[in-house]
Design a protein. Structure first.
Length: 388
C-alpha cells in the first residue's frame, strides 16, 4: 500500500512538472490567434495592441501567468492581469517580434509583428546593353482594401523603367513595368503605403549589364601566415571572377567568387567579373603585410608635428581605421583622425601620410593607437612617442 501511495505521488509530481514545463499552444495578437513562427499583420495606424495568452491551468487549479518579451524596438505595458499585456509598437512602424511563455516555465513561442508591406518579389534575367524585358513585382499587404499600397520603381545608370528613371504604379498588389538597359546600371522596387505616412517595404533590385562588385569584405583569416580572405556575393546571372596582383607581391588561392590572399610585404589585389554581357570594371583593394597598416612614426621624440606614414596602397579601397592619441595618464583620446578624414588630406593622397599637430600639448609621454575596422580582425597597433 505504501509503495502504491509513493508511486501515485511520483505520478502526480510528474504530471505537475509536465504542466509547469508547458509551452503555450497559441497567443492572441490584436484579436487573432497565432501559433509559433506565424506573422501577425497589424494595421499601420495602430500604436498599441493587446497580447493575450491561451488559458492553461496547473494541478492546483491556479491560472498560469503570462511571460512576454519582445524585440528591442517594442515596449510592453503591464495591464495588471495574468493573461494579458499591451504591446507598444515601433513609432517608426518597424517590424519586430514577441516571445510568449508562462512565468516559471521555459517553453515559449515566437510570433512576428509586421506593419509594413512584405518586400516585393520578382523574377527577371540579366539584360545586356540594348535589351529590354517586362518585369512584374508582387507584394502582400493585409489591408490593401483600406490602406492601399503602390509600387515605387527606380533605375540608375543606363537603365530605365517605363522609359524613365522613376515610376510609381497605381495602388495594387502587383506592378508590371518595362525595364530597358542601354549600357549598365540597376533597378529597384519597393511597396509604399501612402496613407500611413508613406511607410515602405524593404527595397529589392538587381544590377544589369556587366558585373558590378559592390560591398565586398576582406579580413585577416590566418594571422600566422598573414593570409586574408576576400568574400563577396554573386549577383544576377552566372559570373566568373578573376583575381590578380596589381602591385606588391602575394599568393592567390581563388575559390569561386572568394579568394585567399597571402602576402609578406603587402599587395594591391584586383578582381573582375565576367558574364554574358562582358567584363566589369576591376575592383582593387589593398592587403597589408604582417606589420599591419602603419609603416612608421617620426620624429620621436617630437616637438610640433608627428608624421604617421602608412603602408603604400595604390587602391582607393583600403581597410577603414581610426588614429587615436592618448596621454600617458588618460584613457580618453586627446586627438582622433578617421580614415575618411585622412583620405581627403593631400599628404595622405600622395604619400599615405598623416601629419598630427602636437605643438599645443603638454610635454611628456603619449601613445598612438591605430584601430582598424573590426571586420578586418587586425590587432590595434600601438606606438609610444615622447613630446619634448
Amino acid at each position: 500500500m505504501k509503495n502504491l501511495l509513493y508511486l501515485t505521488s511520483l505520478l502526480l509530481a510528474f504530471n505537475a512538472a509536465s504542466v509547469f514545463a508547458a509551452t503555450p499552444p497559441r497567443v492572441q495578437v490584436d484579436g487573432t490567434w497565432y501559433t509559433n513562427g506565424q506573422t501577425a499583420y497589424i494595421e499601420c495606424s495602430k500604436t498599441v495592441i493587446a497580447i493575450i495568452i491561451d488559458l492553461q491551468v496547473n494541478p492546483a487549479h491556479e491560472t498560469l501567468r503570462m511571460r512576454l518579451a519582445s524585440s528591442a524596438n517594442f515596449t510592453i505595458t503591464d495591464t495588471q492581469t495574468d493573461l494579458q499585456k499591451n504591446l507598444n509598437l515601433d513609432a517608426g512602424k518597424q517590424n519586430g517580434y514577441i516571445d510568449v511563455g508562462y512565468i516559471n516555465n521555459s517553453g515559449e513561442i515566437r510570433v512576428y509583428i509586421q506593419q509594413r508591406p512584405s518586400a516585393p518579389s520578382f523574377t527577371a534575367t540579366n539584360l545586356c546593353a540594348g535589351s529590354s524585358a517586362s518585369v512584374t513585382a508582387t507584394s502582400s499587404y493585409n489591408f490593401q482594401s483600406t490602406k492601399p499600397m503602390h509600387f515605387l520603381w527606380q533605375a540608375t545608370g543606363g537603365v530605365t523603367v517605363n522609359g524613365s528613371n522613376s515610376y510609381t504604379s497605381l495602388p495594387a498588389v502587383s506592378s508590371t513595368v518595362t525595364i530597358a538597359n542601354s549600357s549598365s546600371g540597376s533597378y529597384s522596387v519597393k511597396a509604399v503605403v501612402a496613407s500611413c505616412s508613406n511607410i515602405e517595404s524593404a527595397t529589392v533590385g538587381r544590377n544589369l549589364g556587366v558585373p558590378v562588385i559592390t560591398n565586398p569584405s576582406y579580413w585577416l583569416f590566418d594571422p600566422g601566415s598573414n593570409m586574408w580572405q576576400f568574400s563577396q556575393v554573386a549577383d544576377g546571372s552566372p559570373v566568373s571572377y578573376s583575381f590578380y596582383v596589381s602591385s606588391g607581391s602575394a599568393i592567390l588561392n581563388q575559390q569561386s567568387q572568394d579568394c585567399y590572399i597571402t602576402t609578406s610585404t603587402g599587395a594591391t589585389v584586383c578582381v573582375t567579373g565576367t558574364n554574358p554581357c562582358g567584363t566589369g570594371t576591376p575592383y582593387c583593394f589593398y592587403v597589408p603585410g604582417p606589420g599591419g597598416l602603419l609603416k612608421t612614426i617620426y620624429p620621436n621624440p617630437a616637438s610640433n608635428v608627428v608624421s604617421l606614414e602608412f603602408n603604400d596602397s595604390k587602391s582607393d579601397n583600403t581597410i577603414p581605421f581610426q588614429v587615436n592619441l592618448y596621454s600617458e595618464k588618460s584613457t580618453k583620446a586627446i586627438k582622433s583622425i578617421s580614415s575618411e578624414q585622412a583620405s581627403v588630406l593631400r599628404s595622405f593622397k600622395s604619400n599615405k601620410k598623416i601629419e598630427m599637430d602636437v605643438s599645443g600639448l603638454p610635454r611628456g609621454t603619449y601613445f598612438i593607437h591605430i584601430v582598424p575596422d573590426e571586420k578586418s580582425k587586425l590587432s590595434v597597433q600601438k606606438e609610444r612617442i615622447i613630446l619634448e
